[in-house]
Design a protein around this ligand. Structure first.
Ligand code: IPD
Ligand code: CA
Ligand code: CA
Length: 253
């Protein structure tokens, strides 16, 4: 996949744009898409940049971005979340990321997730393994749920769902050594990929939240399934594990 070699530089430049807003949060324009879903001028600026830069470098591929929607060609397309973790970003916290995936004929082929505050770039090409800052990464080898650290998230539409994840969270929290809620699903999934956490689940997400992270995690040896254990990338129910914890987590989902 040498023909997508411009992507790391493009996503890093997107990170520079995001950081220019992050350093001036007092003047950041913020609005609400729904009662719990924010969009800022940084989300819009980063997405505009990515759409233009990716089109200029790869004119054959379509585009689907969280903030601007889908353009005509959706068979081969970029899938972009310009800032995943907008609430964290707007509060001045460190945990947010930029997520870019390339899907070709329905198959996730390239994934890049960049965390600008710590300058971590996670990257994967299908069949070629996953890296963080160009070094190979792999999931943890933690075999016991009772010793594991697990991350989750709570969808911004949770008040409209009969299953709001709170019972599942309580059930699992009683069985693990630690829980985290970082606030960026794309980054959470990459943290499973490099063993910083042992598993992650969330529900009611969109493909742009998880596409890049899921490929990076798979290439790093993770299982990516729904809550019944079916392999695949299901944004409505995503469970990412180091593999050894899958059978212990499934009955708790
Ligand atoms: C959100 C983040 C968060 C998750 C929410 C998502 P956004 O994305 O991924 O971790 O819990 O469900 O909506 O809105 O910041 O791009
Ligand atoms: Ca998101
Ligand atoms: Ca977003």
């Amino acid at each position: 996949m040498s023909q997508i070699s411009a992507l790391p530089a493009i996503i890093r430049e997107a990170g520079t744009i995001a950081m220019s807003y992050f350093k001036n949060l007092q003047s950041l324009a913020i609005s609400k898409k729904t009662p719990r879903d924010l969009v800022t001028e940084a989300d819009i600026a980063v997405e505009r940049f990515l759409q233009r830069a990716l089109r200029d470098a790869y004119p054959d591929y379509g585009f689907w971005g969280e903030e601007s929607g889908q353009n005509a060609d959706q068979r081969n397309r970029w899938i972009v979340d310009p800032i995943d973790g907008t609430h964290s970003f707007a509060k001045g916290q460190y945990f947010w990321s930029i997520s870019v995936a390339l899907e070709l004929a329905g198959e996730l082929t390239v994934g890049a997730v960049y965390v600008p505050t710590v300058d971590d770039l996670y990257y994967a090409v299908r069949g070629q393994g996953a890296t963080k800052n160009s070094e190979p990464i792999h999931v943890s080898d933690e075999p016991r749920l009772s010793d594991a650290m697990i991350a989750t998230g709570f969808a911004c539409v949770r008040q409209n769902r009969p299953d709001n994840n709170l019972e599942r969270f309580c059930r699992i929290a009683l069985r693990t050594m630690g829980q985290r809620r970082f606030g960026s699903a794309a980054m959470d999934i990459c943290m499973v990929a490099d063993g910083q956490v042992d598993a992650f689940w969330e529900q009611s997400l969109n493909l742009y939240d998880v596409a890049a992270g899921a490929l990076i995690a798979q290439e790093a040896g993770a299982t990516v399934t729904d809550f019944q254990g079916r392999p695949g990338v299901f944004p409505d129910q995503i469970l990412v594990t180091n593999g050894k914890l899958l059978d212990q987590l499934l009955p708790l989902m």
